[in-house]
Design a protein around this ligand. Structure first.
Ligand SMILES: Cc1cc2nc3c(=O)[nH]c(=O)nc-3n(C[C@H](O)[C@H](O)[C@H](O)COP(=O)(O)OP(=O)(O)OC[C@H]3O[C@@H](n4cnc5c(N)ncnc54)[C@H](O)[C@@H]3O)c2cc1C
Length: 452
């Protein structure tokens, strides 16, 4: 084997979601001789595109095709089933790579900060279940006739839609048998979505909102109480075109006559959750307080309290990144502190050769496309630093990295492995007249990817 050129830039990217893969793409397109290893804790790449985007959004999941082309590039290697902080530390990576880019995203749920929170489910956990994430239990309790979802973003809509739709409506997607059976056992008829503020501030995407209305089994009811827009709200929608479109759609729906579909999604505005009541069996009541605008976009309580009789409460108020071993972490903002992607230590000085991109860099907001521009900034700074510092890694051969993992008995799932798993999932789909059926357990994923 020809030895790697001593000047070839060696980069490790930790996290094989869109942010990490776009970073690899930008590196390979730059005017430098580079080789990139993407270390991913799961046996499959693509992060939240595979394990966050809802199964009934196949068009968005198509992005994996473009991401897969990056992974197939000769200067890019996928090292899946490798967990940073468990299988490898930052100091280890330093020995093999001139630069390390952390792109580990966000997986935890933010809290509501109200009493009784322990009786609620985090949206991220539910999303991981219906998207067949291999590290979550395969069963999920869906025996609540009435459910509350707190939040007014697209994740709240995803959760509400999956809770309201029938299992058979979801059967055209890539959900595996355990998710289908779980959804089939569902007894939910009413999903109540709660927003603290008025409709002018709803953060839904216009298309996601309109899509709610497309199910033949699900009716959307926008409740007129609290459906008010003050002067600040009018100014706000004047500045935010998408939110104006959302408001127009909601205004068309508010107060319309029900048509009698078997499942309902209720949208409630100006209702702030204040407490979740429950016991060992989970939630029994969500208590909310009606709010009114104070004129600057925020709201205050009116003292008018409502107890909603629900048997499950989901928090969909945002994701949260978690700290990584060996790296500074800003717990308030839940990001790795950085300046344009250069990781900063506790004194605010750059940590040499260490970068972040994606949700761990700027927090869990924004769509897949945003991770591309994000990666461009980080990689721009990385390349400038690398040009100035020159090579720093002492063990520069890809084989050195392979030997490291082999010595530690890490069962690395490479790109070839992913291609075999991918083909296996497509074949499972063909057998059922679907495009794909996901394998939802780690052992099964690893087995399917091995050469038989
Ligand atoms: C429920 C949900 C639905 C969404 N739907 C849409 C949508 O429809 N359209 C859209 O454009 N955007 C959508 N988004 C947003 C989109 O998913 C994000 O913008 C994007 O995935 C963020 O990319 P990322 O690479 O930073 O993080 P992630 O996608 O989270 O990728 C991070 C990767 O790092 C890996 N990782 C984590 N820790 C480690 C470790 N210690 N070692 C190794 N690897 C590790 C993870 O396994 C993961 O693969 C959605 C997000 C959510 C939460």
């Amino acid at each position: 084997m020809t030895p790697t050129s001593p000047t070839k830039l060696r980069v490790a990217i930790v996290g094989g979601g869109p942010a990490g893969i776009y970073a690899a793409d930008i590196l390979t397109k730059a005017d430098v001789d580079v080789s990139v290893d993407i270390l991913e804790r799961l046996p499959a790449p693509f992060g939240l595109v595979r394990y966050g985007v809802a199964p009934d959004h196949p068009r968005i999941k198509e992005i994996v095709k473009a991401l897969q082309r990056v992974l197939a590039k000769p200067d890019v290697r996928l090292l899946g089933n490798v967990e940073y902080g468990v299988d490898v530390k930052l100091e280890d990576l330093r020995a093999y790579y001139d630069a390390v880019v952390i792109a580990t995203g966000a997986r935890a749920d933010r809290d509501l900060g109200i009493p009784g929170e322990e009786h609620s489910h985090g949206a991220a956990d539910f999303v991981s279940w219906y998207d067949a994430h291999p590290d979550v239990p395969q069963s999920w309790p869906l025996d609540a006739p009435s459910v509350a979802v707190v939040g007014v973003g697209n994740v709240a809509l995803d959760v509400a839609r999956v809770l309201a739709k029938t299992a058979d409506e979801m059967l055209t997607t890539d959900i595996p048998a355990h998710v289908y059976e779980g959804l089939r056992a569902k007894t939910t008829t009413d999903v109540h979505v709660f927003a603290r503020r008025g409709p002018a501030y709803a953060k839904f995407s216009p298309m996601e909102l309109r899509e709610l209305n497309h199910s033949p089994k699900v009716e959307v009811i926008v409740h007129p109480e609290g459906f008010d827009v003050d002067d600040h709200g009018m100014e706000h929608i004047g500045r935010h075109k998408a939110q104006k479109m959302v408001l127009d759609t909601l205004a068309n729906w508010v107060g319309r006559d029900p048509v009698g579909k078997p499942h309902r999604i209720h949208l409630h505005f100006a209702e702030a959750p204040t407490e979740i009541l429950g016991g060992a069996g989970g939630a029994t009541t969500l208590r909310t307080e009606r709010t009114r605008p104070v004129g600057d976009g925020t709201v205050e309580g009116t003292g008018q309290v409502t107890n909603w009789d629900v048997q499950a409460v989901y928090r969909a108020v945002g994701y949260r990144s978690t700290a990584l071993p060996g790296l500074p972490f800003d717990d308030r903002a839940a990001v790795v502190p950085n300046d344009g992607g250069r990781v900063l230590d506790l004194d605010g000085d750059p940590v040499a050769g260490t970068y972040v991109t994606g949700w761990i860099k700027r927090g869990p907001v924004g769509l897949i496309g945003h991770t591309k521009s994000d990666a461009a900034e980080t990689i721009g700074n990385l390349l400038a630093d690398a040009a100035a510092a020159g090579p720093t890694a002492v063990l520069r051969e890809p084989g050195d990295v392979d030997a490291y993992f082999a010595e530690r008995h890490v069962d690395v799932a490479t790109f070839d492995h992913w291609e075999r798993l991918d083909q296996h999932e497509v074949a499972l789909g063909v057998a059922e007249g679907r495009e794909r059926v996901k394998v939802g357990d780690r052992a099964g994923m690893l087995r399917a990817g091995r050469v038989s």
